[in-house]
Design a protein around this ligand. Sequence first.
Ligand code: CDP
Length: 215
Amino acid sequence: MKKIIVTIDGPAGSGKGRIAKYISKKWGLYHLDSGILYRRLAEVLNNKNIDLKNIDKVKKIIKKHKNLSFRKNKNLRSEKISNIASKIAVFQYVRKYINKLQNDFVIQNIDKKGFVIDGRDIGSVVFKNADLKLYIDVDVKIRAKRRYKQLIDIGEKSIYRQILKDIRLRDKLDKNRKNSPLVIPKGAYVIKNESSLLNTYNKINKLIEKIQYGK
Ligand code: CDP
């Protein structure tokens, strides 16, 4: 099996994480969730009550944290942390720091495994030379419904209209920021993940088979 890098980009709630987990299991690739790193940093800043607009204060905190854990944690998926994460993701300093953590991790482990990495700028900025780039697209109302269900499932009180508003705001921040905005990366396959997941998985498996076996 070739050690490949697969990137998955797409807007909030498009199902990137779930798809990445599936690919990871099916193809034996290590799943790196770049969003977790933004969320971890968001949690640290939130706990320390840092003014998010004050980049100097944010820089100071980053300098104290040479590393962030890649470990997933349900608490990091709360709406509060989601909103802070997308606010700090506009800063180039923050992005550089998080990109370096990802690059270092891949360089240190590339002999052992291939990777599937999901986020907003993975195929367009962080791993431009990936073997396969995917962009997952889903209508915003379907994403809001899915996100609403996710939050109810983790026991967070939520209102659908508010979730839709939050997702629209995060889309706006992600797509319009100056630094590494969310775009369809050059050479990426756009996958509509609106009907069945099985359909999505089949499409992706065919693309990976082509790389692995040339068929
Ligand atoms: O799972 P979901 O798509 O809701 O969010 P996430 O992937 O965990 O990312 C949280 C936030 O971090 C996003 O709203 C983005 O603003 C930011 N992010 C980013 O800017 N670049 C990445 N590669 C990953 C996340």
